[in-house]
Design a protein around this ligand. Sequence first.
Ligand SMILES: NC(=O)c1ccc[n+]([C@@H]2O[C@H](COP(=O)([O-])OP(=O)(O)OC[C@H]3O[C@@H](n4cnc5c(N)ncnc54)[C@H](O)[C@@H]3O)[C@@H](O)[C@H]2O)c1
Length: 300
Amino acid sequence: MCPRLRDENGLELLWRPSNSPGKNLKIMSFAPWPCLNQPHGENKTVMKDLEGKTVLVTGAGSGIGRAVALAFAEKGSRVVISDIDEGGGQETASIVTQSGGESIFVKADVTHAGQVDRMTDAAIERFGSLDAAVNNAGVEGVSVNTVDLTEEVWDRVIAINLKGVWLCMRNEIGQMLRQGKGSIVNMASILGIVGYAKASAYTATKHGVIGLTRAAALEYAAQGIRINAICPGFIDTPMLERSLHLHDNPELQEQMAGLHPVNRLGKPEEVAAAALWLCSDASAFVTGHPMLVDGGYVAR
Ligand SMILES: NC(=O)c1ccc[n+]([C@@H]2O[C@H](COP(=O)([O-])OP(=O)(O)OC[C@H]3O[C@@H](n4cnc5c(N)ncnc54)[C@H](O)[C@@H]3O)[C@@H](O)[C@H]2O)c1
């Protein structure tokens, strides 16, 4: 059994926010990832087909993307870590390599076609294939009513959350067609299924990501490429902290937790587990699916 950092429910933690009042998630500390260098670790036997596969993760310098990158590395995948934030991306890559995993960091802004090209080229140059991709990079936008949104904010949220996913998919599908196989997971949200006041741009992009996922899944299903989406509920990440400052406000934290029937926020690792499954052969008959990882939020 690996001596990992676990929470009260036995779930493994990648990071913990500081308990000090007034501090935010920027000062969180990272737990070690001790099992990466144990080839016969207990988790390596599940979804073993991911071992040796090349996986690209965008927005992997923080939150859900980092958890996804580390989860793949633990399965023995070679991880291409990409982010616009060089510091965060390099940090994720060094957690992987220090733990005995294989990764490269490629700085890229998903809204720029040229940078996305360089990102996918770097992955293929280094590892020779692209077996799976998790298009996760995203931003929250600004919390205002629809008529108060500026054109600048609208364009930025659409560019990163929707156009960025399409640009990445375009290159990933091209490479996967050459290989005759591949699996893509796009990060949507419960706000791709239901509405949320004061988040119309974000909500529109996440509905768009699900539509894009379904259409592309139909186009490439017969050629061996599966394309799915994940729809997380509210997940405890730097994005949520930036939007709501929950760690300074226990009452709001309780209120947000209560929106989920399981009565808590989600953890990045719980979203990562869904990404692993959707990229593994265990989900070979699943495509075009928007998978809820939401503690029952949408079931109400
Ligand atoms: N946290 C939640 O509650 C939640 C819920 C549902 C869906 N999501 C989605 O999950 C994804 C990850 O969110 P998170 O909570 O981990 O956020 P986060 O802010 O912790 O991480 C997002 C990462 O994306 C990167 N990024 C932003 N713009 C980029 C760009 N133009 N090019 C490349 N990288 C860029 C950031 O640098 C950051 O590292 C997002 O798509 C988000 O919409 C989050």
